[in-house]
Design a protein around this ligand. Structure first.
Ligand SMILES: [Zn+2]
Length: 270
């Protein structure tokens, strides 16, 4: 997705788009928000707006550059995420080595998912890069809890605060539904699904909104006729919609969110 396709946050996006359009891009940003895939979507949109040559400042979402960024295989866009529970010193060493290479295109961009899980040593190492970043480099730290980052890191970044789960935007919900549906269809393991749904697992209102979004997604697949729609057999879709109904009933009754959604996931995986 590009900024123009993500609704909400227009003011924030406008500033990022402007920066990309004029080339006045800071070397480091913190994207702070509760939902991992939402932050990642915005980081990718920003990377597209910086590197896309078709639509500088917004990204076109159809050129080779945008496509590679979307699929996480652009040569100049480096992703780093936690292994086990944290991003460790040696991960940041790897990042620094990578950023020393000149980009093939205009800039190197590093996207650190789970940046707030960096160990203190890792943070202090990253700080050196933030103090003297290689020319043209843009580093995006995706973080849920910026208080876990040392102040010297935060002060060297532009902090972009995204809406919290209470105001989960439609796009974020849609994306969450899509990701969950795809993960269920692909038979991804339970713990992974649970992690994806972490943002809605504690809040009944969000959970219901998520189920609505998931039902809309399945509804579209049922009437759609393109290649990806056909991956979803009709009988499967009806089964899923039934399971959504049941989960909704349980949530509107006395069911706890965690339990109801877990049951839904397990049923969907049968
Ligand atoms: Zn493009």
């Amino acid at each position: 997705m590009t900024f123009d396709e993500i609704s909400g946050n227009e003011k924030i996006f406008e500033e990022l788009k402007n920066a990309a359009r004029c080339g006045q891009i800071s070397h480091a940003y913190i994207l702070e928000g509760a939902i991992d895939i939402h932050k990642e979507m915005i980081a990718k949109a920003f990377a597209k707006s910086i590197l896309c040559k078709e639509h500088r400042g917004s990204g076109c979402n159809s050129c080779v550059i945008c496509n590679k960024i979307e699929h996480g295989n652009h040569e100049d866009v480096f992703f780093l995420e936690k292994e086990e529970n944290s991003i460790k010193d040696e991960d940041v060493v790897r990042l620094q080595d990578r950023l020393r290479n000149k980009p093939l295109g205009e800039r190197n961009i590093a996207i650190l998912k789970d940046a707030d899980t960096m160990t203190l040593r890792a943070q202090n190492r990253l700080l050196k890069t933030l103090e003297e970043p290689p020319d043209g480099t843009v580093i995006m730290l995706l973080s849920e809890n910026t208080e876990s980052l040392i102040k010297t890191i935060v002060s060297r970044c532009i902090v972009v605060r995204l809406p919290s789960t209470e105001s989960l935007e439609d796009d974020a919900l849609r994306l969450l539904a899509e990701t969950t549906a795809e993960a269920l269809l692909a038979g991804r393991p339970f713990y992974e699904l649970k992690k994806t749904l972490a943002a809605v697992l504690s809040d009944k209102k969000q959970a219901l909104a998520f189920l609505d979004a998931l039902e809309v997604f399945y509804g579209r697949k049922a009437v759609g006729n393109n290649e990806t729609d056909r991956l979803y057999p009709k009988a499967y879709l009806y089964g899923q919609v039934g399971a959504i109904e049941e989960t909704r009933r349980s949530l509107r009754g006395n069911g706890t969110v965690g339990y109801a959604l877990k049951r839904f996931l397990l049923k969907s995986m049968e």
